[in-house]
Design a protein around this ligand. Structure first.
Ligand code: UN1
Length: 508
């Protein structure tokens, strides 16, 4: 430990934290955050109660009335300054991500880099919130559309990307003129407090109204209250499909808008015409990166029968070289799972896989000993399975990789699509016909489809999200900003008469 928590402006971590002028926590009960790295208690954070939510929504609504009048490029300039602040604090924030959540420091640094990138993207976007102009059918008329902010945006995030998924939403929401209310995962609240501190500093220097950035910590009940809250027009939620079903239904029943980014069950198809060395690297990083706890993690490999045995041997050799341990130590590839509940889920999935007929070619298990005393370190494992086994159809947030054979590319695509989820997919091939089929309307049914790379590691410049049980939402780049604004069609009559549309004659 080298004081990275203090460097982020956080003090007295065990006495109950509320952070910065933009944090509207209540003084209710305390939530404790434990590190999966070594099991230590690293923070106690105030939980929001019903009054806390009400206060925050009122603050966010009031702040919105001013914030929406700031020119968008001015809001973009504030986001640019947040990006610079993140550059300055990249290392301590990455270390905190790694320590509180358990991903390798390299991946923690990558996550903060993703935040910096979205700040740059949003800064440019602030000058490009463009609407189109249309040709009116009536003489002397002009038609165009423009985009306006919505109001307070709730951002519900998961533990696995404890800082960047918030930034994808918050930075875009802010340049669009919305205010943001963040409910982070109960499993990584200190990361959220740290971000809130960094933002609070920038906002204070720029006299941004209090309430543009709000943080509320709480569990499922708070999430449900946010989903039902009519004063929050947009709820962007990342998490399990079960969570998304309930949040989505509650938001829809009040005719609010939601962006859902839910579970994945992502496959890589390995063609017989693949560059096998590249295929191994892409598959192993996809499966064991973040200890298999990304929604984009590779869970299934669909391998051509002609290269199946050869590829399996290469995979086993690659898994033997994996180093598991303290994620802050550079030589380790795989850190711990988030908590003991996640370890139980991992063990249950392994058991279910065996019972359903799966054969482990790389065995799993929980690591014991002083270096693993948190009890959260597990071995990445690989099982040969039949594609329709119930466990293979399910997303288990752990480093368990299922492998299976195919004989034709059409069959491989059907297997890849043959799960409830539709987030990410990949095909490793040097064959242009296979590639184009994979990208065609008869190809991958996922929100993300890649060639010659893995399923994870999406760049912020694209719209991120997936289909089917993944929820259909899109956030981050491309034109995902449109989800954070309302569209208005404007028609101006500059003629001296009043021609009606559709040629209607109304003689008064
Ligand atoms: C997630 O796992 O919730 O594509 C998001 C990736 C990251 C984001 C994953 N850029 O792996």
């Amino acid at each position: 430990m080298d004081g990275f928590i203090e460097k982020l402006g956080i003090r007295s971590v065990n006495q109950g934290i509320s952070a910065g002028q933009h944090y509207m926590g209540s003084t209710g009960s305390l939530l404790t955050s434990y590190s999966p790295v070594d099991g230590s208690q690293i923070a106690r954070v105030y939980l929001a109660d019903a009054d806390g939510l009400d206060t925050v929504v009122r603050k966010a609504e009031e702040a919105f009335l001013q914030w929406r009048t700031w020119p968008a490029p001015k809001r973009g300039d504030i986001v640019r300054q947040i990006g610079n602040k993140l550059r300055e604090f990249k290392l301590p924030l990455a270390k905190l991500v790694s320590y509180e959540m358990g991903k390798s420091l390299q991946e923690g640094l990558g996550e903060v880099q993703e935040m910096i990138d979205i700040c740059d993207f949003a800064t440019g976007l602030s000058r490009q919130l463009c609407g189109v102009t249309m040709q009116s059918e009536r003489p002397g008329h002009r038609m165009y559309e423009q985009w306006h902010p919505l109001g307070p945006t709730a951002i519900i995030t998961a533990f696995n990307f404890p800082v960047s998924v918030w930034s994808w939403n918050a930075m875009i929401a802010w340049v669009c003129g919305n205010t943001a209310i963040w409910k982070p995962s109960e499993k990584a609240p200190l990361c959220a407090v740290a971000c809130q501190n960094l933002v609070a500093g920038v906002f204070a220097e720029n006299h941004v109204p209090e309430g543009v950035s709000c943080l509320l910590t709480g569990g499922r009940e708070l999430g449900e209250r946010i989903a039902r809250e009519p004063r929050i027009p947009l709820v962007s939620a990342t998490g399990s499909t079960a969570m998304g079903r309930s949040v989505g239904a509650a938001v829809a029943s009040r005719l609010g808008r939601s962006i859902l980014e839910l579970g994945g069950n992502n496959a890589v198809i390995i063609s017989k015409e693949a560059d096998l060395e590249l295929a191994i690297r892409a598959s192993v990083f996809g499966a064991v990166g973040t200890a298999g706890q990304r929604c984009t993690s590779t869970r299934r490999l669909i391998i051509h029968e002609a290269i199946y045995e050869n590829f399996k041997e290469k995979l086993i050799t690659a898994y033997r070289q994996l180093k598991i341990g303290d994620p802050l130590e550079e030589e380790n590839h795989v850190g711990p799972l988030i908590d003991k509940k996640a370890v139980d889920n991992y063990l249950e999935a392994i058991e279910a896989c065996k019972q359903q007929g799966g054969t482990f070619v790389v065995e799993g298990g929980v690591l014991q000993g002083e270096a693993f005393k948190s009890g959260c370190y597990v071995k990445p494992c690989v099982a040969e399975v039949a594609p329709q086994m119930p466990i293979v159809q399910r997303e288990t947030f752990a480093p368990i990789l299922y492998i299976m054979k195919y004989s034709s590319i059409e069959e491989a695509i059907a297997l890849q699509n043959g799960v409830p989820q539709g987030l990410s997919s990949a095909l490793i091939t040097l064959n242009i016909r296979e590639m184009e089929l994979f990208f065609s309307s008869s190809g991958s049914d996922c929100g993300i489809a890649n060639i010659n790379m893995g399923t994870s590691g999406a760049e912020i410049g694209g719209a991120f999200g997936g289909e089917k049980a993944t929820g259909g939402g899109r956030e981050s780049g491309s034109d995902a900003w449109k989800n954070y604004m309302r569209r208005q069609t404007n028609t101006i009559n500059w003629s001296e008469s009043l021609p009606l549309a559709q040629g209607i004659v109304f003689g008064v």
